[in-house]
Design a protein around this ligand. Structure first.
Ligand SMILES: [Fe+2]
Length: 780
């Protein structure tokens, strides 16, 4: 069968219905929101020397869509980016904005410059499409408006179409929920040497009631206020595509929700038009992607010499309504494989297959949103899938796979986002037959910040999904890909906490694909399998246990070192690991003797020439004073869990009694046992009540109190302690999961001693304060 004929078959009868929908959709929504873009022809309307109420470049600068001779430069004028009307503090006037391009950061030699008009109907965004550039060349750019100059951005053009470039290095980002923590991943990404960055969707998260252009503008502006996100844009050109949350959760074409009510379509198309416009206004996209009402052309192709070609998909705008139910997976709906249903739509499918057929590149990449590999969430007999992903539209996947099998494009690779977790998948001719041919390789990048609450369901079914070579749901980050004519390498770069800018990105795992052989192979190195430390006794040496395995075929000498703050001590450990050996390195750490401490320490693993892989190397180390030489030492938790040596048990049932000298007054708190750590850290006492009172008998004289807050599994709210309405201590911020902090303050028992009420409350985070340990020590 010839290609044309095959394509025809691929088309089905979708074309007609699609075109019909598109035309009607367009006019309906354009009318609904009264969208009209006036032509600017009167020069007096344009402010050539505007005066701003403040710096108009608060949202940073960006560049994107690199071609051999061109990039698009972006900014949006917004002296007051979060102004309630969504206009960024700008008046309803056209503003002239100048852009400048230079080979160096100092702008001593301006290579090119030009003017754009920032229009109020496009939120005063600027999309300067600059042509006449040199291929494969780095440029610096900036904007000027009135007397204001923007920050400097760096960009890079693509190499000449047929250039024989040696390598390309790029990053993959997706899913950056503002509430997930911002944005340690980008903070680290800017340190990388990347040619460009993909953003595969969920750049913002709508809030369910996000509906108007103003709503969407405000969300985009809020996200763009992150200095780390701005820095990423200023450092690298971006190639972006949206997923669902830029518009609405799980939307399909003109349907906001799989079970949409009557009349909903008109409303949703207006919402979609608003969301598309705000997306365009905030992204470094070319004018070809400027929305026309509820329609936006986002799928496009980028070629980087003879090395690699990327087809960027839009898997939302043209898809059929979702079928099935259940999350993260639900029983396979028979409709999921209906050949009349589509994920990408016929026009885009045709375009994609044509790209794959015509490409002369070594690597052929499909960069898109949801996971393409099949995943069966039912570890038993049944089949359970996520119907929002390609599994819910498997006919399109079958058609693509048949095409790849038949036409054998060179080295197909699929890049995906959406699922807030790291995956490496073999894309199989038949996913249910592990001996069937691997047609392509899929890399699914983890989220920048969005959480993966469904990780356990995925892990439970890994054994019945043999084509999944790697999965991790614990860590946030990005993927770094380095591609040469011989091989592809993907590094899964992760951080310990998405919100902590000090978190250092490390390579969780690395995979390679060899030219001509689909399917990724894990790169062997020294792997960190576990880092753990029990609560230490102040002043006593205690081990941080670092478990390492040698995944290489040779003997490797490994040394582990833990740098410590002043007042601490630690010792290096060096061992020789034979191939496939696993060993625990006990690194002795001595915390200070005089006070308890909680520190995040970084474990350094040096294996010489051999790469080191594994989870983030930070470890929370907690030390406690011995309970023997203090007035009171309490280990908070439930009545059945083990107690920290030398401490007394404190439980919610301990109501105030004079004979005890401590206890709860009024509404009692609750206890939680996480069961995953040592006696002190595994359990805690907590409450979400407005105020909880803990009364303590303070003997005569000044006493120092140490109050340990935190949670070994979940994040903690800011714990606040007052007495007589006076603030004694607070964490000052919500704590990350696994983070602990000792709060300390003094209590005065006067000359004869007295009972003091501690008023414990909380704010931020999950709203629950935590008490893990309580120590009171007399000051001599
Ligand atoms: Fe997401």
């Amino acid at each position: 069968m010839g290609f044309e004929k095959w394509l025809k078959e691929f088309n089905l009868e979708k074309m007609n219905r699609r075109n019909f929908l598109k035309t009607t959709g367009k006019s309906a929504a354009a009318t609904a929101i009264g969208l009209s873009i006036p032509a600017i022809n009167q020069t007096e309307e344009i402010e050539a020397v505007p005066v701003f109420t403040g710096n108009p470049f608060t949202l940073g600068v960006a560049s994107g869509d690199p071609l051999p001779d061109s990039v698009v430069l972006w900014t949006r004028l917004a002296p007051n980016p979060l102004a309630e009307d969504g206009k960024g503090g700008m008046k309803n006037r056209y503003v002239s904005v100048q852009w400048e391009l230079s080979y160096d950061e100092s702008f001593n030699n301006i290579v090119l410059s030009g003017k754009e008009i920032a229009a109020p109907e496009l939120g005063h965004s600027v999309h300067a499409e600059v042509y006449g550039l040199k291929p494969g060349k780095e440029y610096y750019y900036r904007f000027k408006a009135g007397n204001e100059i923007s920050p400097v951005g760096r960009t890079k053009t693509a190499p000449q179409r047929d250039a024989d470039i040696k390598s390309l290095t790029f990053g993959i980002a997706s899913c950056q929920a503002w509430t997930g923590g911002r944005f340690a991943a980008y903070h680290n990404m800017v340190e990388e040497d990347l040619d460009f960055v993909f953003h595969l969707g969920d750049y913002i998260y709508e809030k369910g009631d996000t509906e108007t252009l103003t709503d969407y503008r405000l969300l985009h502006a809020q996200y763009k206020t992150s200095q780390d996100l701005q820095a990423a844009h200023a450092n690298f050109p971006f190639i972006v595509t949206f997923d669902d949350h830029e518009v609405d959760n799980d939307w399909s074409d003109d349907i906001s929700d799989p079970n949409y009510p009557e009349g909903e379509r008109e409303r949703f198309l207006a919402v979609r038009a608003a969301a598309f416009q705000a997306y365009y206004e905030h992204m470094p996209l070319r004018r070809r992607s400027k929305p026309n009402g509820p329609d936006m052309l986002l799928y496009r192709k980028f070629t980087f010499g003879s090395l690699i070609e990327f087809s960027i998909l839009d898997t939302r705008q043209y898809r059929d309504n979702q079928v099935g139910s259940g999350f993260p997976g639900g029983p396979l709906d028979p409709e999921a494989s209906n050949t009349n249903r589509t994920l990408v739509g016929s026009e885009q499918a045709e375009w994609l297959l044509k790209n794959l057929r015509d490409s002369r590149s070594r690597w052929n990449v499909i960069a898109q949103q949801t996971m393409m590999a099949q995943y069966d969430y039912d570890p038993g007999e049944g089949i359970s899938v996520n119907h929002d992903q390609w599994d819910g539209y498997s006919a399109d996947r079958d058609r693509l796979f048949s095409f790849i099998k038949k036409y054998e494009p060179s080295n197909p690779v699929v890049l995906s986002g959406d699922w807030h977790s790291s995956w490496v998948n073999d894309l199989k001719e038949d996913f249910n037959d592990s001996s069937s041919k691997t047609l392509a390789t899929e890399f699914v990048g983890t989220s920048i910040s969005s959480g993966c609450g469904w990780k356990n369901q995925i892990e439970a079914a890994l054994s019945v999904n043999q084509h999944v070579k790697f999965f991790d749901g614990d860590y946030r980050g990005y993927v770094k890909c380095h591609v040469t004519h011989k091989s592809w390498e993907s590094d899964y770069r992760v951080v310990s906490s998405p919100s902590n800018p000090d978190a250092v990105a490390v390579t969780l795992a690395s995979f390679t694909v060899k030219n001509g052989k689909a399917g990724a192979v894990r790169i062997g190195g020294v792997d960190i399998t576990r880092i753990a430390a029990d609560t230490m006794m102040a002043g006593q040496p205690s081990p941080v246990k670092v478990t390492l395995s040698n995944g290489t075929a040779k003997q490797v000498e490994v040394s582990v070192n833990i740098p410590v703050p002043t007042g601490w001590k630690s010792e290096n450990v060096t061992k020789v690991l034979e191939p496939s050996d696993e060993a625990v390195f006990d690194v002795l750490v001595t915390p200070p003797a005089e006070m308890p401490a909680a520190e995040r320490l970084r474990v350094e693993v040096d294996a010489g020439e051999t790469a080191v892989y594994g989870p983030p190397r930070d470890i929370q180390v907690v030390s406690a004073l011995s309970g023997e030489n203090v007035q009171l030492a309490l280990d908070g938790g439930s009545s059945t869990t083990p107690i920290f040596p030398t401490y007394k048990r404190l439980v919610p049932e301990d109501t105030w009694e004079v004979s005890n000298g401590y206890g709860w007054v009024g509404t009692a708190p609750f206890a939680r046992d996480r069961g995953n750590a040592d006696a002190l850290q595994r359990d805690l006492i907590a409450s979400r009540e407005e105020l909880t009172i803990f009364r303590v008998n303070v003997p005569a004289g000044i006493h120092k109190v140490y109050f340990l807050t935190g949670d070994s599994v979940y994040g903690s709210a800011n714990t606040i302690i007052r007495s007589d309405n006076k603030l004694l201590a607070e964490a000052g911020y919500a704590l990350d999961p696994g983070q602990f902090k000792w709060l300390s303050f003094e209590l005065d028992g006067g000359s004869t001693g007295k009972e003091i009420d501690l008023e414990i409350s909380s704010e931020l985070g999950d709203g629950a304060w935590r008490l893990v340990a309580f120590v009171m020590k007399g000051l001599k």
